[in-house]
Design a protein around this ligand. Sequence first.
Ligand code: ZN
Ligand code: ZN
Length: 168
Amino acid sequence: METRTGTLITKDAARKFLRDKGLRATAPRLAVLRVLSVAKNPLSYTQVLQHLGQMDWDPATIYRNLVKLRDAGVASVVSRAEGIDRYALAGAQADGPHHPHFLCEDCGRVACLPELTASISMDGPWAASIEKATVQLRGECPDCVERGAKAPQPSGGQGRRSLPKIRN
Ligand SMILES: [Zn+2]
Ligand SMILES: [Zn+2]
């Protein structure tokens, strides 16, 4: 169950989108926007570069544009797992804050997961102070589990699992 469509938006749509946000539709900016629009998972700056492949622009240009998109509210950092900012398109059909992200400790990919219910309850003076919590799930992604399944595994990695304790 994916929460995102991951459709590549057309250049015209991307251009219009940027202008609506008060940004000039420069070529590198359009390229970054399109990469983010097609990605199924949040991408780090390095991954954005990988998706762009061969390009005429300086990597620093891409970075500046990524930051620009973030500052304009077009993209947002949805995961900071392992100290790496990962970006996704902000807004309605894009990566929302209401689902958790999963970090694979094997291949390092960050995936959007379906919504889950997690509740934290607490008594005492700190209870009123808590306004938000970030849930970061970690483990082995299905691909890595499958790859590792050929070798003997300590646990099957199949089916439903109860959630381990959530820590931040
Ligand atoms: Zn993995
Ligand atoms: Zn997400």
